[in-house]
Design a protein around this ligand. Structure first.
Ligand SMILES: Cc1cc2nc3c(=O)[nH]c(=O)nc-3n(C[C@H](O)[C@H](O)[C@H](O)COP(=O)(O)O)c2cc1C
Length: 329
């Protein structure tokens, strides 16, 4: 009986983790519930061979899903216990999660869980008459550090360089047929698709200090960019000391943690990974990081003056991403 409850709890955590953000909404994860454990596997068939040859962004996306599962477990009153990369013989097994001792959910657990339910990638223009409160920035930094990563806040002069890195990335992107074809494929999945992106989630071109990638959508990017003027936007690079699979996984967990901490404080965010996909752009960004480290992603964080949320992206059904544990549901 206890085992059945554990299985149901773990299945629910995997189910809730489907909400996690992922590169081009590829949702490159598979969960397996077995013997009182929940295994997180990377799905290599969903790796983007041209955009993400090393599988770094795939692993980051899985890290975000892992953090989402932890948030769900904590909100359900269980201490999440996680072994990362538990089997050296199976590199696709990124983590094994167990529901540890019961522990009443605290206010932070609940607020983070509620933020997880609300979170969406918001690519519209932000704008606020006041800068982000120092306490909020400190909370986002702490969220990254709790996940063995850190945030580098780009100063105004550095944002200009980030803008150059993004522009350069877009020029090289457009010249790379493999990258264009892959983005085309994941932004034109067809009606009713459970994965990928559509033009209504991507704003039409607008003035911005750091230009947005166009996902090979061209004129099909139709979301209203909104009334914001991008004032008081923060660009926060998620940085790790190393650059191996465990660092990418940590960066994904940190990205989710920082993003949910931002949403819990009424802020909105969208990631920029084009600037870490193209090696030259990543090197330029890396040269700004002090103390030296590896930039894994940049989060653009600010206040969206539009109170209505941007369109939701689709998700794959639970039966396609979770094996085992259904019998008890
Ligand atoms: C590793 C990673 C990289 C991403 N890169 C970008 C990006 O460069 N530009 C962007 O607008 N969104 C980016 N995203 C956001 C995804 O496109 C988004 O999570 C996905 O489409 C699902 O939408 P949702 O976050 O609203 O649920 C990225 C997300 C992850 C996890």
């Amino acid at each position: 009986m206890i085992e059945d409850t554990q299985t149901a709890t773990l299945h629910l955590a995997a189910d809730e983790a489907r909400r996690a953000p992922s590169i081009l909404n590829t949702q490159p994860w598979r969960w397996q519930v077995h013997d009182g454990a929940l295994d997180l596997h990377a799905d290599p068939a969903r790796r983007l061979g041209s955009v993400d040859p090393q599988g770094r962004l795939l692993t980051l996306s899985c890290g975000a899903a892992l953090h989402h599962a932890r948030v769900a477990l904590a909100a359900a009153g269980h201490e999440p216990v996680v072994e990362r990369l538990p089997d050296p013989a199976d590199p696709s097994l990124l983590a094994r999660v167990r529901a540890g001792r019961p522990r009443p959910a605290g206010d932070d657990d609940r607020l983070t869980y509620e933020a997880m339910l609300r979170r969406r990638t918001d690519r519209r223009r932000f704008g606020s008459p006041v800068p982000m409160a120092p306490e909020a920035l400190a909370a986002l930094r702490a969220a990254a550090e709790a996940e063995h990563a850190r945030l580098h806040r780009l100063r105004p002069g550095e944002v200009e360089y980030l803008g150059y890195a993004a522009q350069g990335a877009h020029v090289l992107d457009a010249k790379d047929e493999g990258r264009v074809a892959e983005q085309q494929a994941w932004t034109h999945r067809g009606p009713g698709s459970a994965d990928g992106m559509t033009g209504d989630a991507v704003p039409a071109p607008a003035d911005r200090p750091v230009p947005l990638r166009d996902f090979a959508l061209g004129g099909e990017a139709t979301l209203d960019p909104g009334p914001g003027d991008e004032s008081n936007v923060e660009y926060l690079a998620v940085v790790t000391d190393g650059d191996g699979v465990e660092d990418w996984l940590a960066a994904g967990e940190a990205t989710s943690a920082v993003w949910l901490a931002a949403v819990a404080r009424g802020l909105a965010a969208s990631p920029l990974s084009d600037v870490v996909e193209i090696p030259g752009a990543r090197a330029l960004l890396g040269s700004l990081i002090e103390p030296a480290g590896h930039p894994q992603l940049v989060l653009r964080v600010g206040v969206d003056p539009d109170p209505a949320p941007p369109p939701a992206s689709p998700r794959r059904p639970a039966r396609d991403v979770i094996d085992g544990g259904e019998a008890t549901r």
